[in-house]
Design a binder for this molecule. Structure first.
Ligand SMILES: [Fe+2]
Length: 313
Protein backbone atom coordinates (compact mmCIF):
# COMPACT_ATOMS: atom_id res chain seq x y z
CA UNK A 1 0.00 0.00 0.00
CA UNK A 2 2.83 2.38 0.95
CA UNK A 3 4.75 1.49 -2.21
CA UNK A 4 1.70 2.15 -4.31
CA UNK A 5 1.21 5.57 -2.69
CA UNK A 6 4.87 6.39 -3.19
CA UNK A 7 4.65 5.31 -6.84
CA UNK A 8 1.55 7.45 -7.45
CA UNK A 9 3.06 10.54 -5.80
CA UNK A 10 6.23 10.21 -7.89
CA UNK A 11 4.21 9.63 -11.06
CA UNK A 12 2.27 12.84 -10.36
CA UNK A 13 5.35 14.86 -9.31
CA UNK A 14 7.14 14.65 -12.65
CA UNK A 15 4.37 16.20 -14.80
CA UNK A 16 3.77 18.80 -12.06
CA UNK A 17 7.44 19.81 -12.09
CA UNK A 18 7.35 19.92 -15.91
CA UNK A 19 4.19 22.04 -15.96
CA UNK A 20 5.43 24.51 -13.33
CA UNK A 21 8.80 24.84 -15.11
CA UNK A 22 6.96 25.60 -18.36
CA UNK A 23 4.77 28.23 -16.65
CA UNK A 24 7.89 29.82 -15.13
CA UNK A 25 9.85 29.76 -18.44
CA UNK A 26 6.98 31.26 -20.45
CA UNK A 27 5.20 33.54 -17.97
CA UNK A 28 7.68 34.57 -15.31
CA UNK A 29 11.36 34.57 -16.27
CA UNK A 30 11.22 36.37 -19.66
CA UNK A 31 8.68 38.98 -18.52
CA UNK A 32 8.85 39.59 -14.76
CA UNK A 33 12.56 39.45 -13.94
CA UNK A 34 15.28 41.94 -14.76
CA UNK A 35 18.79 41.04 -13.69
CA UNK A 36 21.57 43.55 -13.24
CA UNK A 37 24.67 41.52 -14.08
CA UNK A 38 27.79 43.22 -12.75
CA UNK A 39 31.38 42.82 -13.83
CA UNK A 40 34.43 44.57 -12.51
CA UNK A 41 37.74 44.21 -14.35
CA UNK A 42 40.92 45.99 -15.34
CA UNK A 43 42.14 44.74 -18.75
CA UNK A 44 45.86 44.91 -19.46
CA UNK A 45 45.24 47.52 -22.17
CA UNK A 46 43.13 49.78 -19.96
CA UNK A 47 44.39 53.23 -18.89
CA UNK A 48 46.06 53.31 -15.47
CA UNK A 49 43.92 55.17 -12.92
CA UNK A 50 40.84 55.52 -15.18
CA UNK A 51 37.59 54.19 -13.66
CA UNK A 52 34.68 53.92 -16.10
CA UNK A 53 31.15 52.63 -15.47
CA UNK A 54 29.42 51.17 -18.53
CA UNK A 55 25.77 50.10 -18.78
CA UNK A 56 24.97 47.67 -21.60
CA UNK A 57 21.61 46.81 -23.15
CA UNK A 58 21.34 44.13 -25.81
CA UNK A 59 18.77 42.23 -27.87
CA UNK A 60 15.68 44.21 -26.87
CA UNK A 61 13.60 42.44 -29.57
CA UNK A 62 10.64 44.84 -29.24
CA UNK A 63 7.11 43.57 -29.89
CA UNK A 64 3.77 43.42 -28.05
CA UNK A 65 2.76 41.94 -25.68
CA UNK A 66 6.18 40.89 -24.36
CA UNK A 67 8.44 43.89 -25.00
CA UNK A 68 6.29 46.99 -25.49
CA UNK A 69 7.51 50.58 -25.45
CA UNK A 70 6.51 51.01 -21.78
CA UNK A 71 8.67 48.03 -20.74
CA UNK A 72 11.62 49.33 -22.77
CA UNK A 73 11.26 52.68 -21.01
CA UNK A 74 11.21 50.98 -17.57
CA UNK A 75 14.39 49.08 -18.47
CA UNK A 76 16.00 52.38 -19.53
CA UNK A 77 15.07 53.89 -16.17
CA UNK A 78 16.75 50.91 -14.44
CA UNK A 79 19.83 51.61 -16.60
CA UNK A 80 19.79 55.28 -15.60
CA UNK A 81 19.59 54.27 -11.93
CA UNK A 82 23.00 52.59 -12.32
CA UNK A 83 24.41 56.09 -12.97
CA UNK A 84 26.63 54.96 -15.86
CA UNK A 85 29.26 57.13 -17.55
CA UNK A 86 28.31 55.64 -20.92
CA UNK A 87 25.38 53.52 -22.18
CA UNK A 88 26.13 50.97 -24.90
CA UNK A 89 23.46 49.19 -26.97
CA UNK A 90 24.46 46.02 -28.81
CA UNK A 91 21.73 45.72 -31.46
CA UNK A 92 18.69 43.56 -32.29
CA UNK A 93 16.01 46.12 -31.54
CA UNK A 94 13.45 44.44 -33.84
CA UNK A 95 11.28 41.44 -32.95
CA UNK A 96 12.98 38.05 -33.09
CA UNK A 97 10.05 35.61 -33.15
CA UNK A 98 6.58 35.13 -34.65
CA UNK A 99 4.62 35.29 -31.35
CA UNK A 100 4.27 39.09 -31.55
CA UNK A 101 0.67 40.35 -31.64
CA UNK A 102 1.54 43.95 -32.59
CA UNK A 103 4.71 45.58 -33.87
CA UNK A 104 6.59 48.17 -31.85
CA UNK A 105 8.00 50.28 -34.66
CA UNK A 106 11.37 52.00 -34.82
CA UNK A 107 9.96 55.38 -33.80
CA UNK A 108 8.34 53.92 -30.67
CA UNK A 109 11.58 52.11 -29.80
CA UNK A 110 13.53 55.35 -30.25
CA UNK A 111 11.09 57.34 -28.11
CA UNK A 112 11.42 54.78 -25.30
CA UNK A 113 15.23 54.78 -25.55
CA UNK A 114 15.36 58.59 -25.55
CA UNK A 115 15.02 58.58 -21.73
CA UNK A 116 18.54 57.10 -21.40
CA UNK A 117 20.94 59.47 -19.68
CA UNK A 118 24.73 59.25 -19.44
CA UNK A 119 27.26 62.10 -19.20
CA UNK A 120 29.52 60.66 -21.92
CA UNK A 121 26.62 59.63 -24.16
CA UNK A 122 24.87 56.58 -25.61
CA UNK A 123 26.33 54.47 -28.47
CA UNK A 124 24.87 51.58 -30.46
CA UNK A 125 25.65 48.97 -33.06
CA UNK A 126 22.97 47.20 -35.13
CA UNK A 127 22.21 43.48 -35.07
CA UNK A 128 21.24 40.87 -37.62
CA UNK A 129 17.51 41.38 -36.87
CA UNK A 130 17.85 45.12 -37.52
CA UNK A 131 19.35 44.38 -40.94
CA UNK A 132 17.37 41.34 -42.06
CA UNK A 133 13.87 42.82 -41.59
CA UNK A 134 11.82 45.64 -40.05
CA UNK A 135 9.96 45.64 -36.69
CA UNK A 136 8.43 42.20 -37.36
CA UNK A 137 10.14 39.15 -38.84
CA UNK A 138 7.81 39.59 -41.81
CA UNK A 139 8.41 43.36 -42.26
CA UNK A 140 10.23 44.37 -45.43
CA UNK A 141 13.96 45.08 -45.49
CA UNK A 142 14.83 48.80 -45.38
CA UNK A 143 18.60 48.68 -44.97
CA UNK A 144 18.10 49.24 -41.20
CA UNK A 145 17.29 52.86 -42.06
CA UNK A 146 14.23 53.28 -39.78
CA UNK A 147 15.95 51.96 -36.67
CA UNK A 148 19.16 53.89 -37.46
CA UNK A 149 17.16 57.14 -37.84
CA UNK A 150 15.14 56.49 -34.65
CA UNK A 151 18.30 55.87 -32.62
CA UNK A 152 19.89 59.07 -33.88
CA UNK A 153 16.72 61.04 -33.06
CA UNK A 154 16.91 59.54 -29.56
CA UNK A 155 20.40 61.00 -29.17
CA UNK A 156 22.12 57.63 -29.58
CA UNK A 157 25.17 57.59 -31.84
CA UNK A 158 25.17 54.60 -34.21
CA UNK A 159 28.65 53.19 -34.89
CA UNK A 160 28.91 50.94 -37.95
CA UNK A 161 32.59 50.20 -38.58
CA UNK A 162 33.25 53.51 -36.91
CA UNK A 163 35.03 54.88 -33.86
CA UNK A 164 34.26 57.65 -31.37
CA UNK A 165 36.83 59.24 -29.03
CA UNK A 166 35.70 59.91 -25.46
CA UNK A 167 37.31 61.56 -22.48
CA UNK A 168 36.87 61.03 -18.74
CA UNK A 169 38.90 62.64 -15.93
CA UNK A 170 41.35 63.95 -18.53
CA UNK A 171 41.99 60.45 -19.97
CA UNK A 172 41.01 59.43 -23.49
CA UNK A 173 39.51 56.14 -24.66
CA UNK A 174 37.68 54.96 -27.78
CA UNK A 175 34.35 53.27 -28.44
CA UNK A 176 34.46 51.30 -31.70
CA UNK A 177 31.33 49.76 -33.26
CA UNK A 178 31.40 46.91 -35.77
CA UNK A 179 28.96 46.40 -38.67
CA UNK A 180 26.77 43.30 -38.43
CA UNK A 181 28.68 40.09 -39.14
CA UNK A 182 25.79 37.90 -40.32
CA UNK A 183 23.59 39.89 -42.71
CA UNK A 184 24.88 41.58 -45.85
CA UNK A 185 23.82 44.99 -47.20
CA UNK A 186 20.91 43.44 -49.15
CA UNK A 187 19.36 41.85 -46.07
CA UNK A 188 20.58 38.35 -46.95
CA UNK A 189 22.20 36.31 -44.21
CA UNK A 190 25.61 36.02 -45.85
CA UNK A 191 26.90 33.62 -43.21
CA UNK A 192 24.67 30.87 -44.64
CA UNK A 193 26.47 30.74 -47.99
CA UNK A 194 29.88 31.46 -46.51
CA UNK A 195 29.94 35.13 -47.50
CA UNK A 196 30.73 37.65 -44.84
CA UNK A 197 28.43 40.31 -43.41
CA UNK A 198 29.21 44.01 -43.23
CA UNK A 199 31.83 43.92 -40.53
CA UNK A 200 35.13 45.63 -41.21
CA UNK A 201 37.20 45.24 -38.06
CA UNK A 202 40.39 46.43 -39.70
CA UNK A 203 38.70 49.54 -41.16
CA UNK A 204 36.96 50.38 -37.87
CA UNK A 205 40.17 50.07 -35.82
CA UNK A 206 42.02 52.14 -38.44
CA UNK A 207 39.83 55.10 -37.36
CA UNK A 208 41.46 55.00 -33.93
CA UNK A 209 44.16 57.61 -34.33
CA UNK A 210 46.23 57.10 -31.16
CA UNK A 211 47.21 54.56 -28.48
CA UNK A 212 44.29 55.29 -26.10
CA UNK A 213 42.34 52.20 -24.87
CA UNK A 214 39.57 50.74 -27.05
CA UNK A 215 36.19 49.24 -26.15
CA UNK A 216 34.75 47.30 -29.11
CA UNK A 217 30.99 46.76 -29.57
CA UNK A 218 29.99 43.90 -31.90
CA UNK A 219 26.57 42.28 -32.04
CA UNK A 220 27.81 38.70 -32.55
CA UNK A 221 30.67 37.24 -30.48
CA UNK A 222 32.34 35.21 -33.25
CA UNK A 223 34.53 38.21 -34.10
CA UNK A 224 36.41 37.73 -30.83
CA UNK A 225 38.89 35.27 -32.35
CA UNK A 226 40.03 38.07 -34.73
CA UNK A 227 40.16 40.91 -32.22
CA UNK A 228 43.72 42.10 -31.61
CA UNK A 229 45.28 42.55 -28.16
CA UNK A 230 45.12 46.29 -28.81
CA UNK A 231 41.39 46.18 -27.84
CA UNK A 232 40.91 46.31 -24.07
CA UNK A 233 37.37 44.89 -23.99
CA UNK A 234 34.95 43.43 -26.56
CA UNK A 235 31.20 43.54 -25.80
CA UNK A 236 28.69 41.30 -27.59
CA UNK A 237 25.09 40.09 -27.42
CA UNK A 238 23.20 37.97 -29.96
CA UNK A 239 23.30 34.59 -28.17
CA UNK A 240 20.73 35.51 -25.49
CA UNK A 241 22.98 33.49 -23.21
CA UNK A 242 21.47 30.33 -24.68
CA UNK A 243 18.00 31.66 -23.72
CA UNK A 244 16.77 28.24 -22.51
CA UNK A 245 19.30 26.52 -20.29
CA UNK A 246 18.34 23.00 -19.25
CA UNK A 247 20.05 21.37 -16.28
CA UNK A 248 22.72 18.92 -17.55
CA UNK A 249 22.00 19.75 -21.23
CA UNK A 250 22.95 23.45 -21.07
CA UNK A 251 21.79 26.12 -23.56
CA UNK A 252 19.44 25.00 -26.33
CA UNK A 253 18.17 28.24 -27.97
CA UNK A 254 20.03 31.40 -29.01
CA UNK A 255 22.65 31.22 -31.74
CA UNK A 256 24.96 28.37 -30.80
CA UNK A 257 26.54 27.96 -34.26
CA UNK A 258 29.79 29.54 -33.16
CA UNK A 259 30.47 27.03 -30.40
CA UNK A 260 29.39 26.80 -26.78
CA UNK A 261 32.38 28.75 -25.50
CA UNK A 262 31.12 32.23 -26.26
CA UNK A 263 27.45 31.93 -25.27
CA UNK A 264 27.43 33.94 -22.05
CA UNK A 265 29.62 35.74 -19.55
CA UNK A 266 33.17 37.01 -19.20
CA UNK A 267 36.02 35.42 -21.18
CA UNK A 268 39.69 36.24 -21.03
CA UNK A 269 42.17 34.99 -23.60
CA UNK A 270 45.71 36.17 -24.25
CA UNK A 271 45.13 39.50 -22.42
CA UNK A 272 41.92 40.06 -24.43
CA UNK A 273 38.58 40.36 -22.60
CA UNK A 274 35.10 39.55 -23.91
CA UNK A 275 31.75 39.99 -22.16
CA UNK A 276 28.68 38.42 -23.80
CA UNK A 277 25.34 39.70 -22.53
CA UNK A 278 22.31 37.41 -22.18
CA UNK A 279 20.19 40.28 -23.55
CA UNK A 280 16.66 41.39 -22.76
CA UNK A 281 14.26 39.88 -25.32
CA UNK A 282 13.93 36.57 -27.11
CA UNK A 283 14.20 34.93 -30.51
CA UNK A 284 12.47 31.75 -31.75
CA UNK A 285 9.87 31.92 -28.94
CA UNK A 286 9.12 34.18 -25.93
CA UNK A 287 10.65 31.69 -23.51
CA UNK A 288 13.64 31.91 -21.15
CA UNK A 289 14.94 29.46 -18.56
CA UNK A 290 17.87 30.06 -16.20
CA UNK A 291 18.99 33.07 -18.26
CA UNK A 292 16.71 35.96 -17.26
CA UNK A 293 16.66 39.30 -19.10
CA UNK A 294 19.58 41.41 -18.00
CA UNK A 295 21.22 44.77 -18.16
CA UNK A 296 24.98 44.64 -17.73
CA UNK A 297 27.01 46.98 -15.59
CA UNK A 298 30.77 46.93 -16.14
CA UNK A 299 33.20 48.90 -14.05
CA UNK A 300 36.60 49.17 -15.73
CA UNK A 301 39.58 50.09 -13.61
CA UNK A 302 38.03 49.10 -10.24
CA UNK A 303 38.76 46.00 -8.18
CA UNK A 304 35.39 44.83 -6.74
CA UNK A 305 34.37 41.23 -7.43
CA UNK A 306 31.62 40.61 -10.01
CA UNK A 307 28.16 40.03 -8.59
CA UNK A 308 24.67 39.65 -9.99
CA UNK A 309 21.60 41.32 -8.57
CA UNK A 310 18.00 40.31 -9.23
CA UNK A 311 15.23 42.82 -9.65
CA UNK A 312 11.62 41.63 -9.94
CA UNK A 313 8.85 43.81 -11.36
FE1 LIG B 1 18.99 38.78 -30.59
Amino acid sequence: MIDRRRFLSRALALPLIGASTAVYAVGVEPNLILQVKRYSLTPARWAAGLTLRLAVMSDIHAGEPFMGAARIRRICEAVNALDPDVVLLLGDFNAGHFFVTRAVDAQQIGEALSVLRAPLGCYSVLGNHDWAHGPLLTSPFDGAEAIRRALRQAGIKVLENDAAPLMKDGQKFWIVGLGDQLVDATGWEGWIDGKTGQDDLHGALAKVSDRAPIILMAHEPMIFSSVPKRVALTLCGHTHGGQINLPLLGPIVGDLRFGPDLVYGHFESDERHLIVSGGLGESVAPVRLLRPPEIVEIVLGATDASRAEWVGW
